[in-house]
Ligand binder design. Structure first.
Ligand SMILES: [Zn+2]
Length: 570
């Protein structure tokens, strides 16, 4: 006997055995039991969530020889024929491959005819959004005045592409993606029935990879069985899916918390040696950090049986919420910038080092007893110090007016010789009167681009470039700028220097996007020019109002047409 793939072998044959979609099942069951039947249903939802499965059960429920009900018997010739896909009055059409008007006409022409024994002729059109407009129009006529015994079941992954004239004639159900625990539970029961061993963590990874599709989950399980020669182990699934072992990333974050650059780089080296995907790793790292952030704000929201549960809770205590947010941002940025890195491994390593280099200042943590005290912070760059102005000096026990983020844009990344040690105010071990915490204020940006430029320590060509720019918009760390000429827009080296200065000043990574034209006269250069013009006009007015000049004009009949002061008054 040939091997039947799990997705087909375990396709649910009744509403009771259907996994998920309870809301749809409830509504359909109710309608069937009450015999209040719509003539067209539309099932929407991503692939593999059960649209075709529900359509087949519905076809049986309508045609079972024991009568219309939500519980078709499953054993009568009609039920069996539908299950086996050979019931003549249940037609499945895939609009993705038969999208033309000819196919549609053929189906519609057959609609009035059915076997005498059949109660309802059921026309199931999958991926209905793929139909051509003429095909839709052909269908619409039948949908508007359907024969009594015809039922339409339409299914789509993209309901927005369906004409509203069709939508309005259907009863619409939105099928949800399968939650991971539900997929895992179903896989467990399937594998138990198959007598195949498994590790639960392997099934979790499959559920994660299936992204809400039960059919994909079953197909992946099929592959995993073949791949692992009989037992679905975590290792086999990781190998098959190419997913990163989270333990690598947990180690990265532990090293980060301990400020241990060496350990961090060692993990990156190991990953390189195993040629793991760094884009995937940064993705997973961001996912892990998001779980840490959730654990910090709502620990009960982390599922107890999640494999990384203990690690996430531990990491949640090692980082402050601000640090978690910052590292998350850096991970996302690192992933986006990966294509520009010399190679993926370098991009990954630089992202990790950036996490080490940038970190929020101490002082935000409440009762940081669980944190490693006296975290070393790399020396702030002179420019950042300059831009930031005064350095707060606070004695022990005093409430420290600590800035939220310390700018540490450059300087030694390895904190082996930290120039400044940040001591938490709550650290009782710190000697009294120690000048701590010393943190350099990061510049804040309040949306005033002109003021920001004026505060940056820019010189020469970079300053010349910056004063000609206007800010079009600003979104967290992306500055969208406008300049007047192609030449300025094309001057990448100056933009890079400006970007670096901004990062240094703000103490976090930023990006610049530059476009040409659409200036509103808001650049420093334009404002200066306006001021100059205003001074010029004032000077002219002053001269014209001068009694001596008026007298002169009156006496000589001279007309002042071109009076220009040599030097504009200050
Ligand atoms: Zn039946």
């Amino acid at each position: 006997m040939s091997y039947l793939v799990l997705a087909r072998k375990y396709r649910p044959r009744s509403f009771e055995t259907l996994v998920g979609q309870e809301h749809v099942v409830r509504a359909l069951s109710h309608a069937l039991n009450e015999n209040r039947l719509h003539h067209a249903w539309l099932f929407t939802g991503t692939r593999g969530v059960g649209k075709t499965t529900i359509a087949r059960i519905l076809a049986k429920a309508l045609n079972c020889e024991t009568g219309v009900s939500a519980k078709p018997c499953g054993v009568c010739p009609t039920c069996v024929a539908i299950d086996q896909g050979r019931f003549i009055d249940y037609i499945e059409m895939d609009a993705a491959s038969n999208r033309g008007v000819d196919e549609m006409t053929q189906i519609l022409e057959s609609a009035p005819y059915k076997l005498d024994a059949t109660r309802y002729k059921v026309l199931m059109i999958d991926e209905v959004h793929m139909l051509t407009n003429t095909a839709f129009n052909a269908m619409l006529k039948t949908l508007e005045e359907p024969p009594e015994h015809v039922k339409f079941i339409l299914a789509t992954t993209d309901p927005q592409k369906i004409p509203v004239t069709v939508l309005s004639r259907c009863l619409q159900f939105n099928l949800k993606q399968m939650p991971q625990p539900q997929i895992v539970a179903h896989l467990e029961s399937v594998l138990a029935q198959e007598g195949i061993g498994f590790e639960k963590q392997g099934l979790r990874l499959i559920a994660q990879g299936a992204a809400g599709s039960m059919r994909d989950a079953l197909s992946l399980t099929d592959q995993a069985i073949a791949y692992s020669a009989g037992k679905v182990t975590e290792e086999a699934v990781r190998g098959m899916l190419g997913t990163i072992d989270t333990t690598y990333l947990v180690r990265v974050l532990d090293a980060l918390a301990a400020n241990d650059a060496q350990a961090m780089l060692a993990v990156a080296d190991e990953m390189t040696a195993r040629s793991l995907s760094f884009a995937g790793a940064l993705n997973e790292l961001a996912t892990l950090l998001s779980k840490v952030a959730v654990a910090q704000t709502a620990p009960q929201a982390i599922a107890d049986d999640a494999p990384e549960h203990a690690d996430v809770l531990r990491l949640a205590r090692l980082f402050s919420p601000e640090e978690t947010q910052l590292h998350y941002q850096i991970a996302i940025h690192g992933k986006n910038d990966l294509p520009y890195a010399p190679d993926e491994a370098t991009g990954f390593t630089m992202t990790l080092l950036r996490m080490l280099a940038f970190r929020p200042a101490a002082g935000d943590e409440q009762g940081g007893g669980q944190r490693p005290a006296a975290r070393a912070v790399p020396a702030p760059a002179p420019a950042a110090r300059m831009a930031a102005g005064a350095v707060p000096v606070v004695s022990q026990g005093q409430e420290a007016p600590v800035p939220r983020v310390s700018a540490v844009a450059s300087g030694p990344l390895m904190a082996s010789e930290p120039a400044v040690a940040t001591v938490l105010p709550s650290d009782a071990a710190a000697p009294a009167q120690v000048q701590a915490p010393i943190a350099v204020t990061a510049g804040v940006f309040d949306g005033d681009w002109v003021a920001l430029i004026a505060r940056l320590p820019l010189t020469g060509f970079v300053r010349a470039w910056a004063v000609k720019s206007e800010m079009a918009s600003f979104d967290k760390d992306v500055f969208v700028l406008r300049v007047g000429t192609e030449k300025l827009a094309g001057d990448k080296p100056m933009q890079e220097k400006l970007r670096a200065a901004l990062e240094q000043y703000l103490g976090r990574p930023v990006r610049l996007a530059v476009s040409v034209g659409g200036l509103n006269g808001e650049s420093i250069a334009a404002i200066e020019e306006k001021k100059h013009d205003a001074r010029q006009q004032a000077a002219e007015a002053a001269i014209m109002n001068d009694p001596f000049v008026r007298d002169l004009i009156a006496k000589t009949g001279t007309r002042a047409t071109n009076i220009e002061p040599r030097t504009p008054p200050k």
